[in-house]
Design a protein around this ligand. Structure first.
Ligand code: ZN
Length: 158
């Protein structure tokens, strides 16, 4: 899914809001600028009266303890994740969407919150056979994904 001359495939830079938050890639309103763990941490810090730095684990714990700010920012985070994923489901109708890295290892509730929201907004026929699952390898999944891409390339060049 790299596109012509491998210049595409930037799922994180799918634009959700054209005049939205500035993204590290130089564009505005990218999926990543809203749905990443970094965005969640910023959102929490900006909403918190003392602006104290927090970690993903802290926000998850506060969310589970029903702290208002944590609940609000996590609800937004789930909605952003679901919006981006539902768009991809509508286009590709994948059998699996694998979510890994960042705070996705927080627990089953994390994947289930996103899965419910994707189901609610994706086109039913596109979503019918889609499962949303956690990456079993956790944070290593991204790295191994890169390695397998490299192997794929080596094999296809033989
Ligand atoms: Zn971007």
């Amino acid at each position: 899914m790299g596109g012509y001359r491998n210049r595409g495939g930037e799922i994180g830079h799918m634009i959700l809001h054209k005049d939205g938050k500035r993204c590290g890639c130089g564009a505005n309103g990218c999926f990543e600028a809203y749905a990443s763990t970094r965005a969640l941490l910023e959102q929490y810090q900006n909403s918190s009266p003392d602006n104290a730095p927090v970690s993903g684990e802290m926000i998850v714990q506060k969310f589970l303890d029903a702290e208002t700010i944590a609940v609000n920012v996590m609800e937004q985070h789930f909605d952003y994740m679901a919006t981006g994923i539902a768009g991809l489901v509508n286009i590709f109708s994948p059998q699996r969407v694998i979510i890994g890295g960042g705070i996705s290892e927080a627990g089953d509730f994390y994947i289930s919150q996103i899965a419910q929201r994707v189901k609610a907004i994706a086109i039913p026929v596109a979503h019918e056979f889609t499962q949303i699952v956690p990456a079993l390898l956790g944070n290593k999944a991204g790295l191994l994904g890169c390695a397998s891409k490299v192997f794929e390339k080596m094999i296809s060049n033989c």
